[in-house]
Structures are given as C-alpha cells and as structure tokens.
Design a protein around this ligand. Structure first.
Ligand SMILES: [Fe+2]
Ligand SMILES: [Fe+2]
Length: 217
C-alpha cells in the first residue's frame, strides 16, 4: 500500500467514523486489493459529492460498502439475496458480475441493518445505473470509474470530466459499458440503457448539481 493510499484512508476515516466502522466490518470479506479500491471509491465519492451537493457522509458510507460482496462466491451471494427477499431478473441471474450489486444491498439490509434507501440504492445501482439516478447514486457510480486505483486507457480524461462535469462523465461511463458489453455480445442490462438515455435526454436534472470546477491559485 502506497503512502498516498494511506493518507487518503486516514483522511477519509478521520472525517467519517461511520465509514471507518463499516470498512472494518466488511474488510474480512474482501481481498486487500478490493478493500483498497473500496476506500478509494469512498474517497472519490466524497470529493464528487462535495462538488455536486450530494450528502458527503452517505457518499463515504456507500462508497466503502459498494463492492462488499464482490469477493464472495456467487452461490453465497445468491443465498444472501434470497435471505433479503430480493428479486433478480433472468438477465441478472445470467451475469455473475452483476450479482454483487444486489447481494451487496442484501448484505447491507440483513447484516449491517442499514435501512437508508439512498445508501441502499447507491449500492444497488452502482454497476448498472438506472433512469432518474439520484445525486448520491451518480457520485458512487462515477467514483467507481475514476477511483485512484483505476488505470484503464483514458482514465485521466475521465477524471477530468468527473471533476468538471459529472453528467459528461456518466455519459462516457455508460456508453463505455454498453459498448463493452455489445462488443462481447453479452446482454446489456435494461437499466443501463435507461440510464444512458435518461442522462442524455435530461440535462436539466443535472442543473444546480454540477458546480463549476474550483479555480485554484
Ligand atoms: Fe462493483
Ligand atoms: Fe467498485
């Protein structure tokens, strides 16, 4: 773990003790790499939440928790979904990568006893998105694309967009997801298509939430 990672983690947890407590609870479920990613997403979600006026504490909590079930075997994830009485569609059942958003939400309900619908939905929709995503859902979704551990080609451009225009970053992220899935000829979740269309067609939903980038110096 690098020095910058440690600094980010220390700053995040000092400011948000509840996120620290959740981090300690879910750490045993995650690989070191995934835990590090979760801390970075939480950190980035706070930065984005500050910019767009979303709840920063909820951003920290949803960020640290968003991938909590991702390293759990698929059958155990399905058992958690069942325990919470949650429904998965045929498409979701056929795509193991999508399990963790539903099973993670189930874990939040069943094990952590989180009832705040904003946090539950930010985790539930962090992978596929959905029409009408709330500001908190938007920042967790986007933070997942631009967290410090991400290093895909174009990530710097994506970070710039996230910093200045969350809507533009979401359009790029959703378009990338759809392109990536269609290239592989695997199904595209209807919520992802709905999210993409909605973000494109409703710029007004982002007004007053996209603060201009801060001038520095
Ligand atoms: Fe995820
Ligand atoms: Fe993630």
């Amino acid at each position: 773990m690098g020095k910058k990672d440690m600094e980010r983690e220390a700053r995040l947890f000092q400011r948000f003790p509840t996120a620290k407590a959740y981090g300690e609870k879910i750490r045993p479920l995650l690989s070191e790499k995934r835990y590090r990613h979760s801390v970075n997403v939480a950190y980035e979600a706070v930065v984005l939440a500050e910019r767009v006026g979303a709840d920063v504490q909820k951003a920290a909590e949803a960020g640290i928790l968003h991938d909590c079930m991702k390293d759990t075997p698929p059958l155990e994830q399905l058992a958690m979904v069942q325990r919470a009485g949650m429904h998965m569609t045929e498409l979701e059942l056929g795509a193991k990568k999508l399990y963790h958003a539903v099973s993670g939400t189930a874990y939040l309900k069943e094990v952590l006893h989180i009832t705040d619908p904003e946090i539950l939905n930010a985790v539930r929709y962090h992978t596929v998105g959905r029409e009408g995503m709330t500001p908190l859902e938007r920042v967790v979704f986007t933070a997942d694309f631009v967290s410090a551990d991400r290093d895909y080609p174009g990530v710097d451009r994506m970070r710039k967009k996230a910093e200045t225009d969350l809507r533009a970053a979401m359009i790029e992220g959703l378009a990338f997801t759809i392109q990536d899935l269609t290239k592989q000829e695997v199904p595209v979740h209807p919520d992802t298509v709905a999210a993409y269309n909605w973000v494109l067609m409703h710029p007004e939903a982002f007004e007053n939430t996209s603060a201009p980038s801060q001038e520095e110096g």
